[in-house]
Write a new protein. Structure first.
Lengths: 455, 455
């Protein structure tokens, strides 16, 4: 059987390709994980196309890997067992904005920036910001979050409804348009974060928010990482509704300075943002400043004007870029643990010690209001010793987090990189997860090898 | 086999009873649904007791119905197929408060008031307030919410981790202590709202919040229900972080006046609450007042002092009581639809018309910031015509909601009362839900007859 011909018969010629460059583009993501080619790339135009492809794949036991823009960080979109890479770039329409219901309905290939450009016209915005301009389908598949989760929640909190095509071609809707429901099992929450292993999303209805009356950004420099994290925890505990609170360590600031020719103090820095009305923000920032000062804060600046805010946050925005461009030819390995807030100072210090002990270059940054932080390590995937050193450090940080009630991944997802920690983290619950997978995908065609180490 | 003897052999004598009064107390909830006796009531002391009972019940195909305080409104705790009522009154300990992690770990029999009394010592509070002083286990089982959901979310948003005993006696943990996670399938969200049909909770870890610096309550009177609802929608859309926004219709205010000898204007009234810092609240309430005035608001009062706030909200607080005591001998049937915000004015008007057309006594009230509202009807469960009339009205309101993207139950849950709407609301997703039920409870011992009409 010729897979390309068969699929072209199902869809149209231009929707199916085995062009080597296209296959190559669908063989990797933004991480250090080894690439692997799909047999064919398919571009569905609608739900019906997805249904046809899945039914065909299920009948013939062919793996299907949904693909958005390939910005995943744990190998989620890499087709390690070949088969079909299902690319959603032709399903990128914003279907409906319901401004007074504070909802938007989109196809899975719509990106975060695209939806925000549209929402702006209505005075609304979509809150989840993982950094990369990922597709909303991909963000839902990995339960992405990012800098604003501390205030607005993660991707799972925004998804009101999903249209999902199951492995056998059945199409279901998981939710509805109501703001809350106690009707039946919460399938929406289960499919969000399922990484393409339970079904394929063909439509998403997402919660959006009114653009706040006023936004205030702040930057606070501390003598130690512990001071910075303690300040973040203190601000969080008092209930000040901070919208973002990001930690960048001294090494990372140095990377930015060297890359952007800037002169920021090379010390642990918190980047904060507050949303609200002007009067309330003044009080919030005054309270936050006081709590920062209690932790030995050396400089506390804030701005409300949009351009000045951007400048104040510049070092945070340029961070990933500064690392990627500072180490040409290398790929990033990024840890992603999330721990209870009280465990955060210890976990961050432990990570920094591990980096120093291993003599490794790397930055520590994080969404510290949630207890989620990243160690960015630049590795040479071709150098086994380098890779092994970084993986061993990753493993130690994960072990530390899990042993303190935390998780191996706060927002990047499991993919292949964190599959080995699932049993340790979830215990017997992993068997329950796997039983659901088996019910919905008995032939194991949906993104095989992801989440579960052994299928 | 003598069930009582067998169970006493497993546990202790005083933990197992078939005393008629105790059976009777476990045969009903707070709704109009017909009572049905369990064969035996069991009081587990710990997880191990629950495990033993479930394993025994599973081996012998005996139904098990978890029981908190019996405040459910759709017959959830009624053992229609007999068997074991598993009462959690002996598992009512607050196990741990982690103030800086903003978490509390409890046994399922702990009540909402009990946990708040403890949390107050730490300057914290648990946000979900369904009115009744229900157990937290029961609230998680039904995904309860109430007046504060508009700001803090529903029960599902608060549950960080569950310890669950499965039908076969396996014990799993569904989550962890981290504020967010993308690790594995989100079982926590699935078990919350599963109404005892997938497993039995033996421990809950819940998110808590800092008591806000300042609280402001307001009451606004409107000429029509539509004006009141439109004002609520407008306040919500502008992003003012209102903590509660409750509608009470004119008929309900009249009921309160007659019951409490008060003199509130008998007109549609919004009860609001704002949480934040004092400066921010002043601005928020000024903006809310302006939006209310745009909708023809006739009187807008607000208070910050705790006692004055309580008085301002008195009519809302006394509402259910006023109805229950105003119709001695009757039971309440309460509709619970939730619709998209833009559909709310129409839905509330439709419900009021139905009540008037049927010549029925009943109040309309609701958590209108979420699109969730209730029609309280006092019915005589012995009078079939009365019951039928109320059920037919309930059905029409549900049909209206579902046809507009809403849900048959925003917060009360399915139980037996809403089971007949599940297929209509969820379509083929219902089969997916049922397949998960079959995987985890193949013998159907867990709260049989609830959620799914046909097992």
């Amino acid at each position: 059987m010729d897979l390309v011909t068969e699929l072209r018969n199902l869809l149209t010629d231009e929707q199916v390709t085995a062009n080597p460059t296209v296959l190559e583009n669908h063989s990797r993501d933004e991480s250090y994980h080894a690439p692997s080619l799909p047999d064919v790339v398919v571009f569905p135009k609608d739900k019906e196309d997805v249904r046809k492809v899945l039914q065909f794949a299920n009948d013939h036991g062919i793996p299907v890997v949904p693909f958005g823009l390939g910005t995943s960080l744990e190998g989620h979109v890499i087709p390690y067992k070949g088969g079909i890479s299902l690319d959603f770039q032709m399903m990128n329409r914003i279907l409906e904005v319901r401004p007074d219901d504070m909802l938007v309905r989109v196809q899975p290939g719509v990106t975060r920036t695209q939806v925000n450009n549209e929402l702006k016209k209505f005075g609304l915005f979509f809150s989840v910001d993982p950094g990369a301009d990922a597709t909303l389908g991909g963000m839902a598949a990995t339960n992405a979050s990012g800098t604003t989760a501390v205030r607005y929640g993660v991707m799972r909190d925004q998804v009101r409804d999903l249209e999902v095509v199951l492995a056998d071609g059945r199409v279901i809707r998981t939710g509805g348009l109501a703001a809350k429901s106690s009707s039946g099992y919460h399938l929406t929450g289960l499919f969000v974060g399922s990484e393409g292993t339970l079904g394929v999303f063909t439509e998403l209805t997402l919660r959006v928010y009114g653009i706040p009356e006023a936004i205030l950004a702040a930057r606070a420099v501390f003598p130690t990482v512990k001071n910075a994290v303690d300040a973040a925890v203190a601000i969080r505990s008092t209930g000040i509704p901070v919208a973002r609170v990001e930690l960048v360590d001294a090494r990372s600031i140095r990377q930015v300075n060297s890359h952007s020719k800037t002169h920021y103090p090379e010390m642990p820095t918190l980047f904060l943002e507050f949303h609200g009305n002007e009067d309330g923000l003044k009080r919030d920032v005054a309270s936050a400043r006081e709590l920062a000062m209690d932790q030995g804060c050396l400089a506390f600046e804030f701005e409300t004007d949009s351009k000045a805010r951007s400048q104040l946050w510049e070092a945070r925005h340029n961070l990933a870029y500064a690392f990627i461009h500072g180490f040409p030819g290398k790929k990033q390995m990024v840890t992603d643990v999330c721990v209870p807030l009280t465990e955060l100072p210890g976990a961050v210090e432990y990570a920094r010690e591990l980096l120093n002990d291993a003599g490794m270059e790397g930055g520590v940054l994080g969404h510290v209001g949630d207890g989620n932080f990243h160690v960015i390590m630049m590795v040479n995937p071709g150098d086994r010793a380098d890779l092994h050193r970084a993986e061993s450090l990753n493993e130690k940080i994960v072990e530390y987090a899990i042993s303190r009630g935390g998780t191996c991944t706060g927002e990047h997802g499991v993919g292949v990189g964190k599959a080995k920690y699932q049993r340790r983290e979830h215990g017997d619950a992993l068997a329950v997860m796997h039983s659901f997978k088996q019910v919905l995908d008995p032939k194991g065609i949906l993104n095989p090898g992801k989440i579960f180490s052994v299928e």
